[in-house]
Design a protein around this ligand. Sequence first.
Ligand SMILES: Cc1cc2nc3c(=O)[nH]c(=O)nc-3n(C[C@H](O)[C@H](O)[C@H](O)COP(=O)(O)OP(=O)(O)OC[C@H]3O[C@@H](n4cnc5c(N)ncnc54)[C@H](O)[C@@H]3O)c2cc1C
Ligand SMILES: Cc1cc2nc3c(=O)[nH]c(=O)nc-3n(C[C@H](O)[C@H](O)[C@H](O)COP(=O)(O)O)c2cc1C
Length: 632
Amino acid sequence: TKPVATTNRSIVDRMLHGNKTMVIFYGSQTGTAEDFAQRLSKQAKRYGIAAMVADPEETEMEELQRLIAIENHLAVFAVATYGEGDPTDNFQEFYEWLKDANDLTGLHYAVFALGNKTYEHYNAVGKYVDKRLIEIGGVCVAELGMGDDDGNIEDDFIAWSTIFWNSVCQAYQLVRNTDESTMRQYKLVTGNSSSGTIFTGEVGRLKSYEKQKPPFDLRNPFLAPVLENRELFKPDCLRSCLHLELDLAKSRLRYEAGDHVAIFPSNDSTLVNRIGELLEVDLDEVISLVNVDEDAQKKNPFPCPCSYRTALTYYLDITSIPNTQVLKDIAQYATDDSERALLTLMGSYSEEGKIKYKEWALDSCRSIVAILEDLPSLKPPLDYLCELLPRLQARYYSISSSPKIHETSVHITAVVVQYLTPTQRIVKGVATNQFRHMYLKEHDPKSISSDNNNNDATSPSYFLPVYIRKSTFRLPYKFQTPIIMIGPGTGLAPFRGFIQERHFQKTQGKPVGETILYYGCRKRNEDFLYEEELKYFENEKTLELHVAFSREQDHKVYVTHLLRADGEKIWKLIKNDNAHLYVCGDAKHMSRDVHTIIVDIAQQFGNLTAEEAAAFVKDLVVKGRYSQDVWS
Ligand SMILES: Cc1cc2nc3c(=O)[nH]c(=O)nc-3n(C[C@H](O)[C@H](O)[C@H](O)COP(=O)(O)OP(=O)(O)OC[C@H]3O[C@@H](n4cnc5c(N)ncnc54)[C@H](O)[C@@H]3O)c2cc1C
Ligand SMILES: Cc1cc2nc3c(=O)[nH]c(=O)nc-3n(C[C@H](O)[C@H](O)[C@H](O)COP(=O)(O)O)c2cc1C
């Protein structure tokens, strides 16, 4: 007999109920792995496989043992790596469970790892899951896929999914039958929603912003009042970097210097309205998108019911460049042959299609709005577009304050993202331009022609939905331990918190070790962040400050040059005084260069061979004496 549909966490019961044989688990922080999981589930239909996507956090993973009993079962893991080779929050529990699991004999599985080559522990979690499943008896159906977000992770996924489906076809003796692209995952339901049941931007519980209830976390953010929002760059600077102070007094949230604050941003209303105009849709219509698969864990792609306006403002990413699957899926709605052909080509996964996608979409930075503008015959139904677009993600910021000084507020140091695309469009970063808009509204209201940003009852412009994400970026346990901080640009952020904390300890009469900062910016009169504060700490003898001004002389000077010049001193601090090293900021170049320099310093001043120096630095990392807080 068939089990009844179940709302509990049993993934296997859900699978049995829906005659499903394949389950795709995702470990995702910012949505990429989840998107890949959804796409694999959709692609499965081509091969006559009924699949479902599962969030490990919502699943009893011991159930994998029961899964083995399902004939022709297959478990796929699309998992991202974070931090020092760590799993994502939603994969943490499963990761721990897997370490201790001892028997999954006969579990058919495949893994696609998501990571970024610029990080030391490249794809560590995916590699571990693959290795561990083999160790405990799993049967690998397709080779481990490696996605590199520093290159083109979309291409990596597409290339791997081809290999994956070929392997699956061989292993299960299947052939490809239908094309999945016309199949909808969610059905549109309209009408019948009373105003009290409509979401207006809440991430989790309905009305959670009106009636705030702790504990506050990823699923229940705290609506933090913005206490202060000021410009940090000097008037001569054409760019903008803002200092925000968020009030956590009523939240019971606690933080430590080095933690991150996550902010749920909202999209610029100009862009939201533009989509309504281009698709000729009343954005205030209230809709629900409901999963057509009654066994699916995820009933709606975002909180429903809500208006299109709410979905486009708070829930959907309308500024990133859509992936090839989205282009493929919307192609059918272009009435002009050449426009449809262009979209179909880019979604075709052919070599020519890839080149076209790179040139027309990626390199030209075309968001969905730009695509709809540039392909005027393209009119996908808005509810379908809402199904296809990825979720708008929270943005993380390294907290730039210490709770010892600012117990109930967190500070953010955010550089405003704005750039001109090859199609001559000005693109504004979602979160930082929301901060900028708030700033202008307060300090220069005339400069904003219309009220571009959102200001409804649930998200007043002076509140931001936030939660605190604990990090491992921590000051040494002993105050006497010297610290060397390397943080150019906004990489200074967590170090402002560290310095505040060390200064506080000093004022309490504690013996505090050397506190050395290598900071870099372009010019003293343009973008020297927190100059007065840093000078104050220098005068108070809390801080030893080294600043690299990259553009104040003929040749460029960066923090890396200063580090090399101070090699001997740095070596002594590390070797003799047990100093801790911290690096924050750009993951792509700076943190790698710093790593190379520290290895060179160890080699040169410690008289080590290249291998010994590399091993020495690795040991520093393992011992928690060389920490990074980097992003790309
Ligand atoms: C752990 C962590 C800590 C962080 N700490 C800080 C911090 O302390 N301060 C800080 O300012 N940021 C920090 N960031 C970055 C921050 O989270 C956001 O990514 C950043 O503020 C941009 O967000 P946004 O919504 O304004 O821009 P988005 O809308 O996300 O746009 C940014 C994206 O635009 C694209 N882009 C940007 N410039 C160009 C260009 N010239 N050409 C083409 N494409 C471009 C890139 O794809 C980029 O990812 C941190 C990130 C992480 C992961
Ligand atoms: C703060 C941060 C830390 C990261 N750490 C690692 C890492 O240690 N190793 C790695 O391979 N990738 C790392 N990445 C890259 C992510 O794994 C990669 O961008 C992935 O595509 C994210 O998937 P998601 O969107 O599903 O969360 C990191 C990314 C960020 C933003």
